[in-house]
Design a protein around this ligand. Structure first.
Ligand SMILES: *Cc1c(COP(=O)(O)O)cnc(C)c1O
Length: 461
């Protein structure tokens, strides 16, 4: 399998190179040159597979010669061994044709573990084979950091530097990162906002000399391997609800558009998905874009679902590439418009294509809280605020098929919002019960690129 950049200038790469590259050198994102097709007969035969068996079938065609089937199988088996539910991604019925896909049984309690428990060991495997070392640098507003670190801790070939905004992540989120005290882990609290952290990371990656000197690797959600790992659970849920003879719809709490784009990939491969519902909080650029055909930036407003407080959804570019008929120059023009004018109007064909597969809905915080309360009263399930945005959106959209909402985080990850809604303080699961007793290790740095750069140089082993 070969991978192309959405902007058309970066070199065509194989799977291994794409995993280690992250972002393409022309500023675009890598996508596979085609989506391998799965027939209804094949789908039917996959029904009896376990989660990890299915993951092997779904992912193998994308990996090409980068890994043998056995190598991929052992990476997959290792990645999901730490999940605390034997189904890995259990489905729970909430009502008639309403389902919840619980994606929070991994070590850090958010769906990001599905990708990052695999990505860390996979990168490590490639590094051992090539006898190389890398430095991972990333910014987090909360969930990505702990999931990324959990996948990389203790791996001597990967030094990991995660930047988070000092005093602006929840205590649970901070402690999930800072109580990992392995020597290859470096937590940096930046005296600034999440956007400041991200700007620092971007500027380090944009500095070719720094990037090459330290072999920087990006593990944010633009990394293709993360998307690929997430495609699997769409297959898993749909097969359990009757695919291929029954079509299924999905509602996905969305920030960077990575998780829902994985659903789109599953559909392109032949999985019978009817609607894909983009669920947003008040940061609703995607809802407005789908309704009006104009994708317009508006600044980020904080909400009770902070992992979705995003202005620009990076992975949306991957979908746009297809909506523009894979015409890289046309897409590049549109992305430059967005950067320079803060707004991008879709072509008529692209807008129609978007509406063909997707619906969109956005939810304010008061409705998020009411949804947590109502679902708890009706079913006894406690939802985290991101999942509640999904459930509220699912209930606002009519589908003719079973509708699966992705439960993206465990309620104990966002105890304040859950308590505000339900008066219940959600308990951390047993493996994290001592989180507030463990020592923390992190360094506070000023909001300055050079301070972070010299910290990385001084700490790197
Ligand atoms: C990251 C995250 C999201 C958003 O996922 P994207 O892939 O960025 O769209 C939603 N909910 C939770 C809990 C998250 O951590």
């Amino acid at each position: 399998m070969r991978y192309l950049s959405t902007r058309g200038h970066a070199p065509v790469l194989d799977f291994e190179a794409v995993v280690l590259a992250g972002l393409a050198s022309d500023g675009g994102l890598y996508v596979p040159e085609n989506f391998p097709q799965v027939t209804p007969q094949q789908l039917a035969s996959w029904r009896s597979l376990s989660y990890t068996g299915l993951a092997l079938e779904v992912m193998h065609p994308y990996v090409g010669n980068a890994l043998t089937r056995d190598e991929l199988k052992s990476l997959i088996d290792g990645a999901y061994a730490s999940f605390r539910h034997s189904a890995i991604a259990p489905l729970k019925q909430l009502g008639d044709d309403q389902w919840l896909l619980e994606l929070f049984h991994g070590p850090t309690l958010a769906f990001k573990d599905f990708a990052l428990q695999l990505l860390g060991p996979m990168v490590d495997f490639f590094l051992k084979r090539a006898d190389q070392k890398v430095v991972v640098v990333g910014a987090t507003s909360g969930d990505t950091g702990s999931a990324a670190l959990a996948g990389m801790r203790g791996r001597a070939r990967i030094q990991s530097f995660i930047l988070f905004p000092h005093g602006r992540v929840s205590d649970v989120q901070r402690r999930q990162m800072t109580t990992m005290t392995d020597v290859n882990i470096h937590n940096i609290a930046v005296e600034g906002t999440f956007d400041d952290c991200q700007d620092i990371v971007k500027s380090l990656f944009a500095d070719a000399a720094f990037r090459n000197a330290h072999n920087l690797v990006a593990v944010n959600s633009i990394n293709w391997a993360r998307i690929l790992a997430q495609v699997v659970y769409y297959f898993y849920a749909a097969l359990r609800l009757g695919a291929p003879s029954q079509a299924v719809s999905f509602c996905v709490p969305t920030g960077n558009f990575g998780d829902i784009y994985a659903g789109y990939v599953a559909k392109q491969m032949g999985l019978p998905i009817d609607r894909l519902i983009i669920a947003s909080n008040r940061n609703n650029i995607l809802t407005r874009g789908l309704n009006t055909g104009t994708y317009k930036m508006q600044g980020v407003q904080p909400s009770l679902s902070p992992s979705m407080d995003i202005q620009i959804s990076s992975n949306f570019e991957r979908l746009l590439f297809d909506l523009y008929g894979r015409d890289a120059p046309a897409l590049e023009g549109a992305m430059i418009d967005l950067r320079t004018s803060g707004s991008q109007t879709l072509s008529a064909a692209a807008w129609a294509g978007l509406k063909q597969d997707f619906d969109a809905h956005c939810v304010e915080d008061d409705e998020t809280l009411q949804t947590i309360r109502r679902i708890y009263d009706q079913t006894g399930e406690l939802l985290d605020p991101h999942t509640a945005v999904g459930i509220a959106s699912a209930q606002a959209c009519n589908t003719r098929t079973p509708l699966v909402t992705l439960a993206t985080a465990h309620p104990a990850k966002f105890p304040d919002a859950v308590k505000q809604a339900s008066s219940i303080h959600p308990a951390l699961p047993p493996h994290l019960a001592n989180l507030f007793d463990l020592p923390e290790r992190f360094d506070i740095l000023p909001n300055a690129r050079d301070a972070v750069a010299s910290y990385i140089e001084s700490q790197k082993i």
